[in-house]
Design a protein around this ligand. Structure first.
Ligand code: CMP
Length: 145
């Protein structure tokens, strides 16, 4: 089934964008929107609101707002699960052992500095795509894609 998902390259892997886009195409996904931006602490906290009660929330928000990120809309067959498979296990240490060719296996450092993010469901994808690529109308050329 053709799906859309939100991919985010985190600050630790922005310099690897070339390799990462190659991995996206190798997985039979295409990039249909892209934006490089720097999130404020508040924006990052909003993005990760479902994790606000977790012990790692502050580290996560601090890290993701520490430098630029690249957000992309990816499209393709089973895009949500396909992209998460490209990412590999959340913990980069596990990824390095069990999925060395994955994005986190190659570019991640630990559980927080883990190079990339992918929506975990179609519902999350809808919310996260709206976060980075709001579907407002009447605002001219930048929102007509
Ligand atoms: P991400 O896919 O961006 O979505 C939630 C993030 O929470 C996840 O990547 C990790 O970076 C982070 N995370 C999840 N579990 C832990 C953990 N145990 N310790 C630190 N960070 C975590």
């Amino acid at each position: 089934k053709k799906e859309r998902t939100l991919a985010m390259i985190k600050p630790d892997a922005v310099t690897k964008v070339g390799d990462i886009i190659q991995m996206i195409y190798d997985a039979n996904l295409i990039v249909t929107k892209a934006k490089m931006t720097k999130l404020t602490w508040k924006q990052a906290a909003d993005f990760y609101t479902e994790h606000q009660s977790k012990s790692f929330f502050n580290n996560l928000v601090q890290f993701v707002s520490s430098g630029p990120v690249i957000a992309m809309e990816l499209m393709g067959d089973e895009a949500v699960s396909t992209w998460r498979k490209v990412l590999g296990p959340t913990d980069s240490g596990v990824a390095q052992k069990d999925a060395a060719n994955s994005l986190r296996g190659q570019f991640g450092t630990d559980g927080t500095k883990n190079a990339g993010h992918g929506s975990d469901s179609l519902a999350s994808a809808a919310r996260e795509l709206e976060f980075f690529f709001p579907s407002t109308t009447g605002h001219g050329p930048s929102n007509t894609a």
